[in-house]
Design a protein around this ligand. Sequence first.
Ligand code: PGA
Length: 251
Amino acid sequence: MRTPLVAGNWKLNKTAAETKVLIEEMLPGLEAVSNVDNLICPSYLAIPAAAEMLKDSKVALGAQNVYWEEAGAFTGEVAPDMVAEFCEFVIIGHSERRAYFGETDESVNRRTKAALAHGLIPVVCVGETLAENEAGKTDEVVSRQMRDGLAGLGITSADQLVIAYEPVWAIGTGKAAYPEDASRVIGQSIRPVLAELFGDEIAQGIRVLYGGSVKPSNARDFFSEEEVDGALVGGASLKADDFIKITEAAA
Ligand code: PGA
């Protein structure tokens, strides 16, 4: 059995001071739910403050990106051991990184390897655009992102990796995928590739989240799908009540 994971991607929102307020608002409600893991991913500069608040809690902390080099002349980048000093997880290859910051399957692969080498758990995001979806290319695109993004990782246990299936057209649009469609893509194009890459047993244990307009009103429908092991939540993770309700729905 895979323990559900409800993760919040706060994107470019909340200063360090605002982060503290939001954590204070949501922490008691999250702590009250058992059998569900939580993760929040605030902005880099809010991470040290968040780490201090979350250190004795069940809520894990993650960054939204990481560079693959360990040190050197790479102005503006953040190295894996800098992230690992405070965080357990790191989101890699989010569709906004792919769309606005030139992220490719190759750079996703480099970041993912670097994260693993420093003991971070990558949350690798895959998902098709609207045009790809309408052209019937969803499975082709998602399985390519999986194969190329995760090539040569050398994972030895299922808890080293999390996958998030996020159809690009569902992110921030209010228009979520149908839960049964998300489950089908995971069952046909994600878990089989995990099995190819890491073997059946590890593939069965890796958590695959759905992301894209998850909210309290639709969360339960996603979590009742056998292949959906939790959610990567954007907008609704910035509202304490909503994030708590989504976590409760996963329990
Ligand atoms: P959303 O974002 O929940 O606001 O659609 C999800 C994500 O980008 O991870």
